[in-house]
Design a binder for this molecule. Structure first.
Ligand SMILES: Nc1ncnc2c1ncn2[C@@H]1O[C@H](COP(=O)(O)OP(=O)(O)O)[C@@H](O)[C@H]1O
Ligand SMILES: [Mg+2]
Length: 267
């Protein structure tokens, strides 16, 4: 019997804003696409930064993630925008978001199986995708729970500073609550972002996270690179136009870690 290929689904999660979630979703997707993977991005943040970052005007979007979650349809493809196809490589598509998602957020938590709608919809994905990457909103909300419920693994971007420690502990407790409620297990990995080797706090917190989350950290980390801000300004993934920049190289290394873990069956 031929089994339908299922993509590996990552949720990018941290209830704190400004830690590099959207940058990670986008730059990891572009790195994986260069490594010949087809990636579907899902923007589940009402602020729609990821949608914006791919030069899609959120207000112009009709078939958004919000409408998918409340619809009865199993035809998920009508919600997907095809965005990049790399010559001889993979590509990036996206299910975009807009502010309507904020309006339906309370309906989602009140309805039966609150938080399970996304998981249910992703059963109908075409078998074309290798990876799905969900960019979540900065709150411990039903939207974050939906992402955790729908995924196979969680990437937690953390800024390399000491104030991040408590936020990470809180998030891991939330993940455990979802695991218990749904009777599932979710692997998570910390990804240090905005690392600045000139500062003591970056070095100390890198050590702290590497020591305390040894099995749950990527080997590589993401250095601070001002080019990410330029990338959001021109609304393109950094990898696509400055592949040799520090930030691009760092995310390519993470993409390679992900691919080699999957080759070993370790995902
Ligand atoms: N490694 C990095 N170095 C420097 N700036 C970064 C880095 N990663 C992200 N940024 C910038 O930090 C800001 C917040 O990042 P973003 O990915 O939007 O975070 P979040 O989605 O968690 O709110 C953005 O302006 C982004 O360009
Ligand atoms: Mg974001």
């Amino acid at each position: 019997m031929i089994c339908k290929k299922r993509p590996f689904i990552y949720a990018i999660a941290n209830q704190k804003g400004g830690v590099g979630k959207t940058t990670t979703a986008l730059t990891l997707a572009s790195s994986l696409s260069i490594l010949e993977q087809n990636v579907l991005l899902i923007d589940i943040d009402p602020q729609a930064s990821l949608t914006n970052h791919l030069a899609i005007e959120p207000e112009m979007v009709e078939n958004s993630i919000g409408s998918l979650l409340v619809s009865e349809t199993s035809d998920i493809e009508q919600f997907i925008i095809k965005k990049y196809k790399i010559k001889g490589g993979g590509g990036i598509d996206i299910i975009p978001s807009n502010i309507n998602l904020a309006k339906i957020e309370s309906n989602l938590s009140a309805s039966n199986g609150g938080g399970l709608q996304l998981k249910e919809k992703l059963k109908y994905l075409p078998d074309y995708y290798d990876y799905v990457i969900i960019d979540s909103s900065p709150a411990l909300s039903v939207l974050l729970i939906s992402a955790i419920a729908a995924c196979d693994g969680i990437i937690i971007p953390v800024v390399a500073d000491y104030l991040s420690v408590r936020g990470v502990e809180l998030l891991i407790k939330t993940i455990q609550k979802v695991e218990n409620a749904l009777n599932v297990k979710r692997d998570y990995k910390l990804l240090i972002t905005m690392f600045d080797k000139r500062t003591n706090s970056s070095l100390k917190s890198l050590n702290y996270f590497k020591n305390n989350y040894k099995e749950n950290s990527f080997d590589n980390f993401i250095n601070a690179d001002t080019k990410f801000k330029d990338a959001s300004f021109i609304k393109k993934p950094l990898t696509y136009y400055e592949v040799r920049s520090r930030g691009s190289i760092d995310y390519l290394l993470i993409a390679r870690e992900i691919l080699s873990a999957s080759a070993k069956g370790g995902e």
